[in-house]
Design a protein around this ligand. Structure first.
Ligand SMILES: NC(=O)c1ccc[n+]([C@@H]2O[C@H](COP(=O)([O-])OP(=O)(O)OC[C@H]3O[C@@H](n4cnc5c(N)ncnc54)[C@H](OP(=O)(O)O)[C@@H]3O)[C@@H](O)[C@H]2O)c1
Length: 267
């Protein structure tokens, strides 16, 4: 089997440039096209300071997809991600979505298009292995502990709320059971916002402060005992590279939309 041909949208960004280097170094992957408006027409290696990386940079996903990649990686921003994914499916590519902030309706639409096209779409809110493990462990906890809440931490500059990691976690936990609230939201005294936002049944509290990159606490409480699952990532984009490479290698075996890296892992 030949190498997997990869097109990376957002290849000059914080997360995308680290992944571009990872794809470049992987012997079984070829980075055949990149997308960035500011570096269009350049060679990617020059744009991100990576010697020998000769991938052409295009200003739009449409142009980049003309090179017919096997896998399109979406790593730009929420507002443009959906259009890119639809375009990639129309061009016959499988898709890995790293961009956060996509909502349930968009995922449903993408799922229908992917099923029609007989292609896989793998959306991963957080490629970091310890975040993936937190989601797995939280799913197990939710089977036995009916009360939980989630705290979502990120840098003060992050605009999308809650984070993609936490949206994915809430979606996954909602498939286990609806968490129990001892005092319903309609009966609380004081500002309702104090109880956070209810997303897919989970109460979520978002903290945005300098010093955080992406962290999440999933807190499961029972009378006189509690379990706190905590994932923290630092300031480099390194934690996301290995997981994204796994996703790129595995998405070709999927059809339709799948959420979470464990769709292509044996855990
Ligand atoms: N799933 C995960 O594990 C994970 C990890 C890290 C980040 N993320 C998410 O990934 C996304 C990117 O994060 P980041 O920090 O890398 O952002 P960033 O540093 O701002 O990079 C964004 C990239 O997208 C490109 N871009 C932006 N708008 C575009 C458009 N309209 N058309 C084509 N290219 C466009 C930018 O290049 P130009 O401006 O030159 O076009 C740049 O290459 C965010 O949604 C973030 O939350 C997810």
């Amino acid at each position: 089997m030949g190498n997997i041909r990869v097109c990376l949208a957002g290849a000059t960004g914080w997360a995308g440039s680290a992944l571009a280097r990872g794809v470049f170094e992987a012997l079984d992957l070829d980075l055949v096209a990149a997308v960035s408006r500011r570096h269009a027409g350049e060679v990617l290696g020059e744009a991100i300071g990576c010697d020998g990386l000769a991938t052409p940079v295009f200003s739009t996903a449409e142009e980049a997809l003309e090179v017919q990649p096997d896998v399109f990686v979406e790593y730009t921003k929420p507002g443009v991600a959906k259009g890119h994914v639809i375009s990639a499916l129309e061009h016959g590519a499988h898709v890995v979505i790293g961009t956060s902030g996509l909502t349930g309706d968009t995922f449903q639409e993408i799922d229908e298009l992917a099923l029609e096209a007989r292609r896989g779409v793998l959306a991963v809110g957080n490629f970091a292995l310890t975040a993936v493990l937190l989601m797995k462990f939280a799913e197990t906890a939710a089977k036995y502990v009916p009360n939980w809440e989630i705290i979502d931490y990120a840098d003060s500059g992050k605009r999308d709320v809650p984070s993609g990691t936490v949206r994915e976690l809430a979606d996954r936990l909602s498939a286990i059971q609806e968490p129990h609230l001892d005092v319903p939201l309609s009966d609380i005294e004081g500002p309702k916002e104090s109880r956070g936002v209810r997303l897919q049944g989970s109460q979520i509290h978002s903290v945005r402060l300098p010093g955080y990159t992406i962290s999440v606490d999933a807190i499961f409480g029972m009378p006189d005992q509690k379990l706190i699952l905590s994932h923290e990532s630092g300031s480099s984009a390194e934690p996301y590279v290995g997981g994204a490479l796994l996703a790129i290698r595995g998405v070709g075996n999927l059809v339709g939309l799948h959420r979470g890296l464990d769709s292509v892992m044996e855990i």
